[in-house]
Design a protein around this ligand. Structure first.
Ligand code: HSE
Length: 304
């Protein structure tokens, strides 16, 4: 009888302000993906939860593509594929829903074929499918990841900050595709802006590693992508300011947006409510989520 593998995958927030395409954090919001490899040529895909009405249930689905890529890589030809996804991560909001689908599918397919690939190999495959490593890396490794492409291959360093950090995410009602949010970025930026971002991202990583949250005040500032994306997200500046005024350590666009994320030691409820109210002043309905850092990354939770 065909075996079903179920994987739990965290959502992720990328960039964290200045760390464009580099920094990512795994968050305590999870999708589940179940994979059954069966008779040749069979295919089915069922989605419940977020995206149940909008995710294409055909073989162009990114999870299906990821399963097929892994089967090719390990030399397993032709088994039928049955995927079930139960999604809590909102789609097209900047919380890593496509990364979760890719990573969940790769981890499940790897487990179903004897776990022959290690996490580094899964990272390379996931990055190729996603186009950038900053969401897939924390989805695989958990924690906070710093990723770079070296000689064409992704490398990631993972760490957990020594003090707890809340991630307060304001989720607006509208979606925004990463493609559209990348199209507004300039081809070049002023040298001074590059220096600004280098200083902020270095401070961000150092302060997070050492738990020096007192130094994080300016560390989420960015001149590489947020100023260009602001026009896509009504109220962005005010929502970020509202979070800081309510005591957040810092605030930023989550990934390519449109979610906005505040980093805080405490007062998550007050910060979240202030962000939602600020969005409302700009005519945008939103809800907030109070999340923590997931330390595990994607993991197999059931092999019935
Ligand atoms: N680093 C990517 C971007 C994240 O900002 O376009 C997309 O989720």
């Amino acid at each position: 009888m065909a075996q079903t593998i179920t994987v739990r995958i965290p959502g992720t927030t990328a960039n964290c302000g200045p760390g464009f395409d580099t920094i990512g954090i795994a968050c305590t919001i999870y999708n589940e993906l179940s994979l059954t490899l069966g008779e040749p040529d069979g295919f089915s895909l069922a989605v419940t939860g977020e995206g149940a009405d909008t995710i294409p249930a055909n073989e162009r689905n990114i999870a299906c593509q990821a399963v097929r890529a892994l089967l090719r890589k390990v030399g397993r030809t032709g088994p039928g594929i049955a995927i079930r996804m139960h999604n809590a991560i909102p789609l097209a909001r900047g919380l890593g829903s496509s990364a979760a689908a890719i990573v969940g599918a790769l981890v499940a397919a790897n487990a179903a074929t004897g776990d022959t690939l290690d996490k580094q190999e899964l990272l390379a495959m996931a990055t190729a499918l996603e186009g950038h490593p900053d969401n897939v890396a924390p989805a695989i490794f958990g924690g906070i990841t710093i990723s770079s492409i070296v000689g064409g291959a992704p490398q990631s360093l993972r760490f957990i900050p020594p003090a707890p950090l809340r991630l307060v995410v304001a989720v607006p009602e509208f979606g925004l595709s990463t493609k559209a949010a990348r199209q507004v970025l300039p081809k070049t930026i002023p040298f001074a802006d590059a220096v600004f971002n280098v200083s902020r991202v270095a401070l961000l990583v150092g302060a997070l590693c050492q738990g020096r949250f007192d130094l994080l005040g300016s560390a989420f500032e960015d001149r590489l992508h947020q100023p260009y994306r602001e026009k896509l997200i009504p109220g962005m500046t005010d929502v970020l300011a509202a979070a800081r005024e309510r005591g957040a350590i810092g605030a930023a666009l989550s990934g390519a947006g449109p979610c906005l994320i505040a980093f805080a030691r405490d007062n998550a409820a007050a910060i979240g409510a202030a962000m939602v109210n600020a969005f409302a002043r700009h005519g945008v309905k939103a809800a907030y989520r109070d999340l923590g850092i997931d330390s595990d990354g994607a993991k197999v939770i059931a092999i019935p």
